[in-house]
Design a binder for this molecule. Sequence first.
Ligand code: OOG
Ligand code: NI
Length: 433
Amino acid sequence: MQDTHALRAAFARSLSAMYGSEVPAYNTLVDVSTAVNADHLAAHPDTAERLGRIDRVTAERHGAIRVGTARELARVAQVFAALGMEPVGFYDLRGDAATSLPIVSTAFRPTTKEALAINPFRVFCSVLVTDDRRYFDEALQAELDAFLADRELFGDDVVALAEKAEREGGLEDAEATEFLALATACFELSDEPVDRAWYERLSTISGVAADIGGVRATHINHLTPRVLDIDDLYRRMTDRGIAMIDEIQGPPAWEGPDVLLRQTSFKALAERRRFREVDGSVVDGTLSVRFGEVEQRGIALTPKGRDLYDRLIVEIDERSAGMTADERNQVKLDVWRANWPVDEDGLAEAGLAFFEWVDGVRTPIVYEDFLPRSAAGIFASNLAHAGSRDVTLEGSHRDEAWLAEAMGRTVHDPMELYAAQEKASRDAMEETR
Ligand code: OOG
Ligand code: NI
């Protein structure tokens, strides 16, 4: 028998092996990340594991996938439920004017401290909003919906095994092997020819719309290792001649505690794909949609801390408009030094971050989620052009309740999960007094 947690760990390994065979640059990123972590641990033996044991951090990955419909979302949610990964959070990526994308997202991940410790694999999952008139007019929506309704991303066989695994808390070995193979195959890059005219029509609206609705299959978009020093990783990748995006998203590197999440990526690579032309002929070509990303995780912020973070991001944007990446980083640093406590005591006293108590010692709770702004930045820096939309029209309604209804599952509020973990730890400590 393989229980839920064993299945999740095995799936993360299986997806990683598959993706590494499709995108060899991912293996390079993993090798460099592993070296960065080992060197960081050797250089800072006392503090390196403050935000996670080295074995967990080195094995840790998140993936990103994109689906087209509520039905596809419900089916992928079933597959992840078999792996103990539940939807957490609602991200609306249509919001930001500069990086507006026709999608909303959630993250599937383990929700308990124990499950995260066994294997923290998480997947950022976006769903296309085909009825948003700012992007798709009525006629195009009808065509798009018909195209999406005609494909099956997650077959009945994989969904049935996932239901059984969720019901029984795992699968017998033979079925586990079958389920993992089927689930991994759902995210392989398909070699079915892409209808060029259709793909390009969607591309003029959004590269992400074309990647989701322009093809008859889905694929893993990226798989992201976690590092203990993202600045070191960025330098080492650049030294190897790999073109990184020009900024690390999220908080700056500074002398105080790391909060939330810092991420960066290398540019999407040209991958061989086949195209069907209008005359029916099939030709070779390339598409650049899959990229490599890496992240460094920090302390989870309370609602008060998150408000501060969000306000500072606005201030940084205002003060750094029109600046180069280096100048912008200096602004970030100035703003950080002026506003954040320089140590964990300061964060705790000001009620800005979540902590728990292990053997009577206060330790930070790690941020396990994503940042919509950073996600939009990662998406945008990997798209050939900004796309087009009509901002004079009304967007369609999407929220956490829409997601929950589409999946028939509860969407957890990340803040509630962190607050519950902090409270449970505080209560346990008080009981032993
Ligand atoms: C997801 C982009 C967002 C992250 O780590 O914030 C993301 C995508 O490209 O589908 O992966
Ligand atoms: Ni990502």
